[in-house]
Design a protein around this ligand. Structure first.
Ligand SMILES: Cc1cc2nc3c(=O)[nH]c(=O)nc-3n(C[C@H](O)[C@H](O)[C@H](O)COP(=O)(O)OP(=O)(O)OC[C@H]3O[C@@H](n4cnc5c(N)ncnc54)[C@H](O)[C@@H]3O)c2cc1C
Length: 394
């Protein structure tokens, strides 16, 4: 016996922030989506996230899209009766050498020209924002409008809002196959063999999305990458003030040091990311540790900048898989099998984009045009799932 329905308007596969926002947007648009999550809602990379939201250091092309998405998070937070700890704390990117300085200057100039309040700070100005930042920096980039949310509270609020708007959500329900007939999607089959008919299916399975698409000989360019987060026991609020990252221009994710911030509960979170590594079949069931030497190198960089954090007691650490694409952007849009859509490939910043992408996918399914035309065109172009294919022209 199962309480699963036998049909639905649209099945969303994956209950991370992306799938959840898509289910919410579809329900808001008047559809009755069914979201199926293999394990626990928000339990994969979504629940392990630092969930910073903003435009800073993401480049010119995505600036308007991210500004729009940040506005939608803000609106969701304001409209939600549930607290999601939306905290417009700002973001700082530290600069350690001349190459980063040149890149930081050009980044700030570009963002300013697009309407951001970004600035280049001297080391003294940076320390006024972050008094514990003692290490040698040449300068810092700064954006006062970057925000953070609490990923668990955000997913819970989205679940509640989606259900209220008419979505059905089921966890512990892995989808084994997407079903089709004569080039049209007809539904999904769960791992327990239950079939649900649906004219639309959205694959929002994070790093594992390519698996379900492969049944259709669709090759999606997305691979898993490990990210590790260390969390301290609670510290006095105000120990850190901003989201602090390495300047993406040089090093960035490759340098291993990606982000540190204090959350409203007082915990300090520190995030490192490895390059994509080969992941064996079933890796999602047994996430391994990031190589300890790698984490040690990242911590060393952190302690050079913030020596006062040397004795910070670590409460726990977790590792998650993120989905990575060759140009660090999502794959979002329709696939060649009519009725099949993809939205995955977070590259470590999927929280930022979730509301925009959800609206884009919901528009694609309902045919409504709720996104401004220019933004829809940019989204289609930047996140085209086949932009890496031979013969594709932008
Ligand atoms: C330490 C860390 C820090 C981060 N910091 C930031 C940040 O500051 N800002 C930011 O924007 N982003 C950040 N990110 C990235 C962000 O968390 C992700 O981009 C986002 O959570 C991706 O969401 P998702 O829904 O695509 O993926 P997931 O959360 O992985 O969700 C996919 C879901 O699909 C399910 N699934 C898979 N296969 C199936 C199947 N066959 N059937 C049913 N369900 C299936 C999985 O169980 C999973 O729950 C960070 C990530 C980490 C790890």
């Amino acid at each position: 016996m199962t309480d699963l329905p036998t049909s639905s308007d649209v099945v969303v596969v994956g209950g991370g922030v992306i799938g959840m926002f898509i289910a919410f947007s579809l329900a808001e648009a008047g559809m009755k989506p069914l979201l199926l999550e293999a394990r626990a809602f928000g339990g994969a990379v979504t629940g392990g996230s630092l969930a910073a939201i903003g435009t800073h250091m993401h480049g010119r092309e995505e600036f308007d899209i991210l500004a729009y998405a940040r506005g939608r998070w803000r609106a969701f937070s304001d409209a939600s009766q549930d607290r999601i700890e939306y905290n417009a704390c700002g973001k700082m990117g530290f600069i350690l050498n001349d190459a980063e300085l040149a890149a930081g200057k050009s980044l700030v100039a570009q963002e300013k020209s697009q309407g951001a309040r970004s600035e280049l700070l001297t080391p003294e100005q940076a320390r006024l924002h972050e008094p514990l930042l003692k290490g040698p920096i040449l300068a810092a980039t700064f954006d006062p409008d970057t925000a953070t949310v609490n990923p668990f509270l955000a997913v819970r609020a989205l679940m509640k809002a989606a259900r209220k708007a008419g979505a059905q959500l089921r966890e512990n329900t892995p989808v084994a196959r997407v079903l089709s007939d004569a080039g049209l999607v007809t539904g999904v089959q769960t791992a327990s063999g239950h079939c649900i008919s649906a004219p639309h299916v959205v694959l929002a399975c994070g790093p594992w999305t390519a698996k379900l698409a492969a049944n259709f000989d669709i090759n999606l360019s997305i691979v898993p990458r490990q990210a590790q987060c260390l969390a301290s026991i609670r510290q006095p609020l105000g120990t850190l003030h901003k989201v602090i990252s390495s300047c993406e221009a040089e090093g960035g994710v490759d340098s291993g040091y990606t982000q540190i911030q204090q959350c409203p509960s007082g915990q300090i979170l520190f995030n490192t990311v490895t390059a994509p590594i080969p992941t064996p079949e079933g890796a999602e069931d047994r996430v391994g540790e990031v190589p300890p030497g790698f984490v040690a190198d990242s911590v060393e960089t952190l302690l050079k900048l913030f020596p006062a954090l040397k004795s910070l007691p670590i409460l726990r650490s977790w590792v998650r898989f993120e989905g990575v694409t060759p140009d660090a952007r999502f794959l979002a849009g329709p696939l060649p099998t009519a009725g099949l859509f993809v939205c995955a490939g977070d590259n470590g910043s999927g929280f930022c984009r979730a509301p925009l992408l959800a609206q884009f996918i919901a528009d694609g399914i309902t045919g409504a045009g709720t996104l401004p035309d220019a933004m829809r065109r940019d989204t289609e172009r930047l996140y085209n799932p086949f932009r890496f294919s031979e013969g594709h022209t932008a």
